[in-house]
Structure formats: C-alpha cells, structure tokens
Design a protein around this ligand. Structure first.
Ligand SMILES: Cc1cc2nc3c(=O)[nH]c(=O)nc-3n(C[C@H](O)[C@H](O)[C@H](O)COP(=O)(O)OP(=O)(O)OC[C@H]3O[C@@H](n4cnc5c(N)ncnc54)[C@H](O)[C@@H]3O)c2cc1C
Length: 477
C-alpha cells in the first residue's frame, strides 16, 4: 500500500457516491494508493427497487460475472482489471461457485465479504446516507473537492433530475430502449444491400435487409407470438400488482414519454402490414437482386466508426434473448447473425457519454465531478466495476499531477472507452464488452468469408500486447 495518509491529516478526501460495483472499485483503487475516501451508500436505510440487502456490490439478478475464458471478450476485460488491482475479482475468486467457464459467486458470501473488505480499510470512511444534489455541491466545494458519482442504473430521483438539468435534458436517459446489435462480419452481404432511401444521405451508411411477402408474413407471425420478458412493477412507474394489462399500459406510456418508443412487437400487433408501413417501410429502396422495391426492409445502421457493429433500426423489443435470436434470424440476410447485444427496454439511468463526459469520465460541465459504472453507458456488473477502477486511477493521477495514459484502443478497456467517446450519430445505448467493440485487426481481412476464429485470436493477442504496453506506462500501479 503506497504512502498511507490518515483521514485527519490529509485534506484531500474523495467522495464516492454509491457502493455498487463501480463505487467499491473506485474507492478501493484510491484508498489502496493512500488517498482517503468517503464512500456514501444509502442502503439499507433507503433502497432501490432492485436491491434487497445492505451489501455493497449487490448482484441484483444473475450471480454470474461472465466468462473467465482468456480468449473471450469478458475474459480479456477481467485480465485487464486484475492487472489493475480489482477488488471485485479478488473477492469473487474467494467465493466462487461452480459455473463452468463463467465466474459465478455465492452472492451472499460475496456481498458480505466485499462489504467487510471495504468497511475495514483504514482509509475508507463509510457514510450511510442518501446523497442529494446539495450534498454533491458541498463535497465539490471543499478544497480539492472531487466526487465520483457511481449511483448506477437506479440512481435516485433527485440526483437523476439534477443530472438531467446540468447535462441538458436530452443527455440523460431514464429508460434503455435499444435495438439488437449485430457483428458486421456475420451479415450475409449477398442478400443485404447498402443504400440510403432515395439514394440520399450518407452513401452506404445504411444497409437493408429486403423482405418478400412470404418472408415478411412469417417474420411478423413469429414476432407477435414470441415469448416476452415480464414487466416489473417499478419499471411501469408504480408498485402496483405485477399482473394484468394495467401494468403493460403503464409501461408503454412510460417508455413513450421517456424513451419516445413503442416495442416493435406492440407495433406488429396492430395489424399485419403495420411494420411494412412503419418501421420497415421500403420506400426509396431498390433491391439490386430484383431491380424493384422490396415488400418491406429492415434497415441496419452502423454503431461505430469502423462499421464492425450494426444495430437493427427501430427494433426495440422486450422479447426473451433466445427468442430474439430465433425471430430476427428469420430476416433475410440475418440467418447467421451474431448478436453482440440483444434488444431491451427497461428502467436504466445513464448519460449520453460521448456528449457530456471527457475521456477520463469527468463531466465536461462540472470539473471535479467524475462518473463511474453503468451511469457512464456501459452495462453489466463487470463492465461497471471496470469503469470504477479506471475512474479511481484517473482521479489518483489528477491528485498527483501524474498521467493516466489512455488505454490502447486494442485493449478491452480501450474498446469500452471508445464506445463512450464515439460520436458517430446513433442512439447511444449501454454496451457490454463484446467482439464488435474491439478494433478489426489489420492483418486479417474483414468480410463474411473471413475465418472468425482467426479474427478473434488476432483481437485477443492485440489486446494482450496493448495491456502490457499500457500497464508498463502507468507509473503508479
Ligand atoms: C433489475 C436489474 C437487473 C440486472 N441484472 C443484471 C445481471 O444479471 N447481470 C449483470 O451483469 N448486470 C445486471 N444489471 C446491471 C447491473 O445492475 C449493473 O450493471 C451494475 O450493478 C452497475 O454497477 P453500478 O456500480 O454502476 O451500480 P449499482 O451496482 O447499482 O450501484 C449503485 C449504488 O448506488 C447506491 N445509490 C443510488 N443512489 C444513491 C444516492 N442518491 N445516495 C447514496 N447511494 C445511492 C445504490 O444503493 C447502489 O448500491 C441489472 C440491473 C437491474 C436494474
């Protein structure tokens, strides 16, 4: 542990708000390097609609921290976090339960142990309180005041409203309403064609999956009968019974208001041609294989500058993940689609990072206020924890006039951060670590016929080399 300073004698105390996955990592990264931290957590006195204990880093749903395979995106991210001193991974390894190649944990033992580890650190003072905007302002106004906001996808109302105000209303989301995203290499380019409507727009930015009448009818029938994720009372805006149509109605109203969308399956239910006249209207398009307008067309929009990822335009939905794979693979050209992210519509607070955060995840408009975890626009326990470590190190560097070099683009960190900085016009949505976020290796040609295994291997070895280089450049690790 580097140069421990006592809370009383050192004026710089960093305030970390939220002891979830990101908050514990940020606090740990700082405290382990000698910076006193005040860690603010409102549970158990106040809770969120999803948490049920007073444990720090509570796993609110699955007990899996995803794959440990070193050849997988999640495995590579974990290798990078471990190299930077992750406390979540250390404690998870101590409370591992069988889960095949995934890192699964005994949730109570894990929660108990990580809470104890943080609470017993000599440089971490835990404050059990619901923080509000005034508390944040006070903490920032202290000499060298720094706040790391890590309040997560269910950030409390007063902080959410304040964040919406200070970042501009359109840059804070309350619901995550996103369409599935697909790895570009898995598209069938012999069917899918590039064309913007009426030949206008940005060249070949949009790709089109053309339906004939039969394929369209079969797709719609499968879509409306597919199994959906049940709606939770808190997502519908009330704590009313989790039953019946009232909940569905309340939910649709909420997402229309906050996310401006209706799930594609609800639109399809309105009539057999509603998608052909709406989300999938084929006007202005000509299928080069037939020389005429298709019956309907599902459009794909690039999700990043490299065009390694495409999202399915206007396909926000609440189908179960397995059902999404089955149903969307019925779309011509998507028969072998590899999904890097499934569509979801759920309650989730996050910022439009590319517009409001710096590369160090500091709010552009409020120097000293850093953001970590799912609020930044990553998704998942591990990704949120990863961003907590990053922000902890960035703040440490700032306090010590040192430099935290940017992670090389090839690393998992570089890939996630690039998602948070990519200003490509798109519907910005939280993202798990996935193959499509890693840059295409130069040595391997891209395209449908490329050996996918070879590309993946090249991505991982690029990431490993990048990590070694990055780590060597961080002087205070
Ligand atoms: C219902 C649901 C199910 C999910 N299931 C999964 C899953 O299966 N797998 C997965 O990988 N991810 C899942 N996620 C996402 C997962 O919760 C997050 O990715 C991860 O927990 C985010 O970490 P975080 O640190 O950003 O936020 P959190 O872990 O949520 O931590 C935020 C902390 O801040 C505290 N807090 C909030 N507001 C205040 C305040 N004003 N003052 C003080 N403290 C405050 C909260 O009590 C909480 O402890 C799920 C999310 C939800 C909502």
């Amino acid at each position: 542990m580097a140069g421990i300073l006592s809370l009383r004698h050192n004026k710089v105390v960093v305030t970390v708000v939220g002891a979830g996955f990101a908050g514990v990592e940020a606090a740990w990264a700082l405290a382990e390097r000698g910076v006193p931290v005040r860690l603010v957590e409102m549970r158990p006195a106040q809770t969120t609609p999803a948490h049920v204990t007073g444990h720090f880093a509570e796993l609110v749903c699955s007990n899996s921290l995803k794959s440990l395979l070193p050849t997988s995106p999640a495995g590579q991210l974990k290798a990078e976090m471990a190299a930077l001193g992750s406390v979540v991974l250390t404690v998870a390894a101590e409370h591992r339960v069988p889960g095949g190649e995934a890192l699964c944990v005994d949730r109570d033992a894990f929660g108990d142990a990580i809470t104890h580890r943080l609470r017993s650190h000599p440089l971490i003072e835990v404050l059990e309180q619901e923080f509000g905007p005034d508390d944040i302002a006070r903490a920032l106004n202290q000499p060298n005041g720094i706040v790391i906001l890590a309040t997560g996808p269910l950030t409390t109302g007063p902080i959410s409203e304040w964040l919406a105000r200070v970042t501009g209303r359109t840059h804070l989301y309350f619901y995550d309403a996103v369409s599935p995203t697909i790895d570009a290499a898995s598209l069938d380019r012999s069917i899918i064609f590039a064309e913007s409507r009426y030949g206008k727009g940005e060249g070949d930015d949009y790709l089109n999956c053309p339906f004939e009448r039969d394929s369209y009818d079969a797709f719609v029938a499968a879509l409306v009968s597919a199994e959906r994720v049940p709606i939770r009372a808190f997502e519908a805006g009330g704590r009313r019974d989790d039953t019946g149509e009232v909940l569905e109605e309340m939910f649709l109203e909420k997402i229309k208001y906050f996310a401006g969308c209706t799930p594609i399956e609800a639109i399809a239910e309105k009539g057999p041609r509603s998608l052909a006249f709406g989300n999938f209207k084929p006007v202005g398009l000509t299928d080069p294989r037939t020389g005429r307008r298709p019956w309907a067309a599902l459009q794909l929009r690039p999700e990043n500058k490299q065009k390694t990822l495409y999202s399915l335009v206007a396909c926000q939905n609440r189908l179960r993940f397995g059902e999404q794979k089955r149903v969307f693979r019925m779309v011509p050209g998507l028969e072998k689609a590899e999904f890097v992210r499934y569509g979801v519509i759920h309650r989730n607070t996050y910022l439009e990072a590319p517009k409001v955060l710096t590369p160090q995840l500091e709010l552009q408009e409020i120097p000293g206020l850093f953001v970590a975890g799912q609020l930044t626009g990553v998704e998942g326990y591990v990704e949120s924890a990863a961003m907590g470590i990053f922000v902890g190190l960035a703040v440490f560097a700032l306090l010590h006039d040192a430099e935290l070099p940017a992670p090389p683009r090839e690393t998992a960190y570089g890939s996630l951060l690039s998602h948070l900085q990519d200003t490509t016009p798109r519907e910005f949505a939280p993202m798990n670590i996935n193959w499509g976020l890693f840059p295409e290796p130069e040595a391997v040609p891209t395209g449908a016929k490329t050996d996918r295994g070879e590309r993946k291997e090249a991505k991982i070895s690029g990431a490993q080399a990048g990590l070694a280089h990055w780590r060597a450049g961080i002087t205070f690790l």
